[in-house]
Design a protein around this ligand. Structure first.
Ligand code: CMP
Length: 831
């Protein structure tokens, strides 16, 4: 049959996709691992292809290295990185990176050494084989983890290792192949290789992060066009890969990892819920297609007859690979466990990581990409196919029973209680609904009777389950605390998201609060003695903070610094308001669980106190800010009102469109307009203008005698400075170069006495007061540290300006000198 090759390939692709989809349904029904099943189906197709002429077209679409590396790999890597739990990964980064970089190198050397000793292969090709076969492929295992509900940390360890080791393997492989081809090897080659390796690895990651950031910005710009935004996300995945690999000669895999992680994390607060849903569905679909095709093609590529002729070397390679994996996992992980602050990976996890190190498409792609003339190429390809097949069949088929045997599929008591409690609440709700239906009189008494009986029984079962769990020996003090706080965290997190939806907090503040709750959850899971953590700052906020602190040293009164301070103050205000509201929700949630799960009163009180004290502190800060910066409270309220108005607008548009009052195109435009306005509102924290210095000057007593001209001049030389609570504005002992006027807020004057650790508070100064005059008048160092108690709005006047002012206005000089004298005397008085 002579058909166009393109048409043949298209037929092959869609036939494979059809088979993939059918297999997905079939294997799910019989609970057989999907990817393993696909390889077996592929093997079967491969045999049939040679016998049945009608199936010949399958031969037109083969597994080439380019297809794997440039078409499938970016999709798979991006999807994994995009969905990766970065927080969990960063906490497990030591074992992940150790296994993926030094671990992979160690495995390469062990496999290479064994193969060179046991087979006719020479060192070079044996090491090349060692490198390519050490890249793990987690697809089959991760799917199983999801099925059985294995711990998330295990997923992150296995998936993270494989993401990074794909990159390491590709880089190491390329270096080794060129060494073999050049035929020279020396100490220099090793050190050069190492430098090269770091450059390619880190460079790739950097390229990906930059492209990811740029794309997130671009994607956010094309608001309201989810399809275009999804299309752009595919561009990110491939642009990062190709720019890195092809143009910049750094690791494409690392670039895609970097871009995926950035799009995943940044997008979580920047993208709309609609876009996020689109993105998840699209990437899940793309990964399904890529995996179906890859595993079927792996099966199709395998020629069992040819493989049989290499049975001996394959057997040896399997032994070598298993030994190498055992040494890397069981040898390196216990070492990392001893690192300070390490969260140990126990033997059960290590066992799963060892046995779950399946090999897949990357190994095959690299083997197939070897040039025809490469020494031992045929054997390397055959060995790789053999290992991929062995690990997939052996690992894939036994992983589920192994997880079960190790008890890793049983959720912890806290999760079980949460689950049982959720069920109980659901049944209660259902029963209450049935009762409402009964009173509404829409249903027959028989149906209502049946439903009531059914839910009644189910409710009794749910109650009994929860009771059994809560009266069991496992459920003691610490567990009770965990159950309560887990519920509290969920309530907290819900409340923050609701506040964001209502427009009460900005996106950046939501991000910060989310991060804090997640860290608290992690701390609780680690079983740390629990105290609510101080609020965590996301990385970007911290980076911005470093930059601002540097600027502050150079130019404390500059506009960017001022703007940043006003913004931080606003964010703090929003955060405190959200924390206060969330504390109420958390306390209610804990009280509810405590009743259901019979938690001791003392433990409930203890947990409640944590939240009460946090709420009280937040309230105090809110009161301080509202007192000294009333416009913040007003601005936050204004924003909420604006948000409510926009919501009402959106609702009105929907109603009109439904009733046919406006055409769909008009409704769509109106909807987008509202969405855009809502997002603009969400992105910005509330900020207010800096008050007019003249307004302040009139409040400072000694300026009241100034002539109008001088008054104007002084007002112009004042530099506004916003200070956050608990900052040192003046430090005792430093040289004094300016005078400060307080427009709003309270500062404390603290003096450190030699030989005494704690500084002593000698005075509090308020709006209308000034400080910093003593050093200016006496040319001595600062006599005290002045520290902000609340947020403050200050005005700074340089020494030259103060001097000039004293020249023209005797009143000012007198007032300053009198204050300095009085203050110096006050310090001498015994306390
Ligand atoms: P200076 O010494 O320049 O820097 C520290 C400032 O703290 C000082 O100027 C005064 O403005 C202020 N200060 C020092 N002692 C007192 C006091 N007893 N009461 C009020 N303010 C004081």
């Amino acid at each position: 049959m002579h058909t166009d090759p393109v048409l043949q390939a298209v037929i092959a692709v869609f036939a494979l996709l059809l088979i993939g989809a059918a297999s997905a349904i079939g294997f799910k029904k019989i609970q057989f691992p999907f990817t393993v099943g696909l390889v077996l189906v592929g093997l079967g197709l491969g045999v049939l292809r040679h016998r049945v002429e009608a199936l010949e077209f399958f031969g037109s679409f083969t597994l080439s290295p380019e297809l794997i590396l440039f078409v499938f790999l970016p999709t798979l890597i991006f999807e994994s990185a995009f969905n990766l739990d970065v927080r969990l990964l960063s906490r497990n980064i030591a074992p992940v990176v150790t296994l993926a970089a030094p671990g992979l190198a160690l495995s390469t050397v062990i496999v290479g050494g064994l193969m060179q000793a046991l087979t006719p292969m020479t060192w070079g090709p044996a090491l090349v084989f060692g490198a390519l076969i050490s890249a793990t492929d987690p697809v089959a295992v991760i799917a199983l983890f999801k099925d059985v509900g294995a711990p998330k940390r295990l997923t992150v360890l296995v998936e993270g290792e494989s993401l990074f080791n794909d990159a390491t393997a590709i880089v190491l492989f390329t270096i080794l192949v060129s060494v073999v081809e050049l035929g020279t090897f020396s100490g220099d080659t090793v050190s050069q290789g190492l430098v090269n390796f770091v450059r390619v690895f880190v460079g790739g990651l950097g390229v990906g992060i930059v492209i990811g950031y740029l794309m997130v910005r671009t994607i956010s710009l094309s608001d309201d066009e989810p399809i275009v935004q999804v299309a752009l996300s595919t561009v990110v995945a491939y642009a990062a890969f190709i720019a890195a690999e092809h143009y910049l000669h750094v690791s494409g895999v690392m670039a895609t990892v970097g871009a995926g992680v950035i799009v995943g994390t940044q997008g979580s607060t920047r993208f709309t819920a609609e876009l996020k849903a689109y993105l998840h569905q699209f990437w899940e679909y793309a990964a399904f297609v890529a995996n179906s095709l890859i595993f079927l093609l792996v099966g199709l590529t395998i020629d069992l007859g040819q493989l049989a002729s290499f049975a001996g070397p394959i057997g040896l390679a399997i032994v070598a690979v298993l030994i190498a994996r055992a040494i890397t996992v069981f040898g390196l992980v216990p070492i990392i466990n001893r690192f300070p602050k390490a969260e140990p990976v126990d033997t059960k996890y290590q066992t799963i990581m060892y046995w779950g190190g399946l090999r897949g498409a990357v190994a095959l792609a690299l083997a197939l990409s070897l040039p025809e003339a490469f020494p031992f190429r045929d054997i390397i390809v055959a060995l790789s196919i053999g290992i991929v097949l062995f690990t997939l069949l052996a690992g894939g088929l036994t992983m589920k029973p192994l997880i079960h045997l190790l008890g890793l599929d049983i959720p912890g008591i806290v999760d079980r209680i949460a689950h049982a409690q959720g069920k109980l609440v659901a049944k209660r709700d259902a029963l209450a609904r049935v009762e409402t239906l009964a009173t509404a009189g829409h249903f027959s008494g028989r149906i209502i009777g049946e439903l009531t009986e059914r839910y009644g029984t189910e409710l009794a079962v749910a109650e009994k389950n929860l009771d059994t769990l809560c009266t069991g020996p496992d459920f003691r003090g610490d567990m009770m605390r965990q159950v309560l706080l887990t519920q509290a965290f969920s309530a907290e997190s819900r409340c923050y998201h609701e506040s964001f939806d209502r427009g009460q907090i900005s996106e950046a503040v939501l991000h910060e609060l989310d991060l804090s709750v997640n860290l608290e959850r992690d701390a609780l899971k680690r079983g740390e003695v629990y105290e609510l953590l101080p609020f965590a700052e996301p990385l970007e906020v911290r980076v911005q903070g470093w930059w601002i602190r540097l600027l502050e040293r150079l130019a404390p009164a500059s506009t960017p610094v001022q703007r940043h301070r006003l913004r931080s103050l606003a964010a703090r205000y929003e955060r405190d308001a959200a924390v206060r509201a969330a504390a109420d929700d958390a306390i209610t949630a804990m009280a509810r669980v405590a009743e259901l799960a019979n938690v001791d009163d003392a433990i409930l009180d203890d947990c409640r106190r944590i939240y009460e004290s946090r709420a009280a502190k937040a309230m105090r800060r809110i009161d301080d800010t509202s007192e000294h910066f009333p416009e913040y409270a007003t601005a936050v309220q204004e924003r909420t009102a604006r948000r409510i108005a926009l919501d009402a607008e959106a609702h009105a548009v929907e109603q009109l469109a439904k009733a046919g009052g406006i055409p769909e195109s008009v409704a769509r435009d109106a909807r987008r307009e509202v969405q855009r306005a809502l997002r603009r509102l969400a992105r910005k924290p509330v900020t207010t203008v800096v008050p007019d210095p003249k307004e302040l000057l009139t409040k400072v007593p000694f300026f009241k005698d100034l002539a109008p001209d001088d008054f104007e001049r002084v007002a112009q030389s004042l530099i506004p400075r916003t200070v956050l609570p608990h900052e040192d504005i003046i430090v005792q002992g430093e040289r004094g170069t300016s005078l400060f006027l307080i427009a709003r807020g309270v500062v404390a004057v603290m003096v450190r006495v030699i030989g005494v650790d704690e500084p002593r508070r000698i005075a509090s100064l308020h709006a209308g007061d000034f400080f910093g005059e003593m050093a200016l008048l006496s040319d001595e160092p600062r006599s005290a540290t002045v520290h902000s108690v609340t947020a403050c709005q200050l005005y700074e006047l340089s020494k030259q300006d103060v001097d000039a002012l004293c020249e023209v206005c005797d009143g000012v000089k007198e007032a300053l000198t009198a204050a300095a004298r009085e203050r110096a005397e006050a310090r001498l008085k015994p306390r």
